[in-house]
Design a protein around this ligand. Structure first.
Ligand SMILES: [Zn+2]
Length: 304
């Protein structure tokens, strides 16, 4: 108490006058820095693109199995309402791949590190947001071991556990292909590394490198015709070198991690990203999305 009053007394009068508001203004960026993985990995468009490419790889039997599982999920009606594709089963499959990010802002679920538990609802084994399932870096996270567990559940668990596991597996297979979800340069996966991204506005936009990478797939609301257009582009890319290594989580992680050392970062902090860097990272992101989609589809053919 004393220490706090002392430090308040040292603040200039104008700042003291702001009172609690000033405190909040200062606190907010600190919170961003401390949060282990403020980024969501690929934005919603990225996850839908991966799921769409996976769907193309899936056999009719696998598609049927996946659809049957998703129909039993407590949030099926939400996905059905939101989807915009001609084939609703395909559309629901795309929406389900984004679910793990959506529950981070869903009041039915709670953050196990900050919030108190919310009431358990039917069909969910727990109501945690599981923020640390999306990545692994020096500070924590468990994306690789979690993916292995989810795959195991899809093969061997009771039906209810399979229903819960599928949207998670769709999502995390995407996340593990986003390089910054496999560590970084001691900067919480690029969440403490700021860059300036040229925009149509006069001034370049200051954002984290992590957020820049998350948005490389395109506008997050991309669906329908815009999504189909983007998929046509992704399909023309050369296929990944190791599609045959179905479910090779370690390899996917190692590939992502190796990219951090080479191509993911610009040379300096705070730099305005030049056209060359943006072109290179866009192309790299497209390759990672392509690989994730193809691998996810083949993996599901095995798991379901
Ligand atoms: Zn994620």
């Amino acid at each position: 108490m004393q220490a706090r009053e002392l430090s308040r007394a040292r603040l200039p009068a104008t700042v003291r006058a702001w009172g609690n508001k000033a405190f909040l203004v200062f606190l907010f960026p600190v919170f961003l820095l401390l949060s282990p993985c403020a980024g969501h990995a690929w934005n919603a468009a990225g996850h839908r693109q991966i799921a769409a490419l996976a769907w193309e790889e899936m056999t009719p039997a696998t598609r049927r199995q996946a659809t049957d599982l998703l129909r039993q999920h407590p949030d099926y009606a939400r996905w059905r309402k939101r989807q915009r594709e001609k084939d609703p089963d395909y559309g629901v499959f795309l929406e389900a791949s984004v679910w793990a990010d959506e529950i981070r802002a869903d009041p039915r679920f709670y953050d196990e590190k900050k919030g108190s538990p919310t009431p358990r609802l039917p069909g969910f084994p727990d109501m945690r947001r599981h923020g640390d399932w999306h990545y692994r870096d020096a500070g924590g996270g468990e994306i690789d071991t979690r993916l292995a567990q989810l795959a195991h559940d899809l093969l061997h668990a009771q039906r209810a556990a399979k229903v819960y596991a599928l949207p998670w597996l769709l999502h995390l297979t995407g996340d593990i292909h986003q390089p910054l979800h496999t560590g970084g340069r001691n900067d919480r996966g690029g969440n403490q590394f700021y860059v300036r991204v040229p925009s149509s506005a006069k001034r370049a936009k200051l954002q984290t490198l992590h957020a820049y990478w998350d948005d490389l797939p395109g506008p997050s609301g991309q669906r329908g015709a815009a999504l189909a257009h983007r998929l046509a582009f992704l399909r023309r890319l050369p296929p990944p070198s190791s599609v045959e290594a179905v479910g090779d989580i370690r390899r996917w992680f190692a590939e992502s991690h190796a990219l951090i050392a080479r191509e993911v970062y610009p040379p300096t902090r705070g730099a305005t990203l030049d056209a060359n860097f943006r072109r290179r990272t866009q192309s790299l992101a497209a390759q990672r999305l392509r690989a994730a989609g193809q691998r996810l589809g083949r993996w599901l053919n095995y798991l379901l």
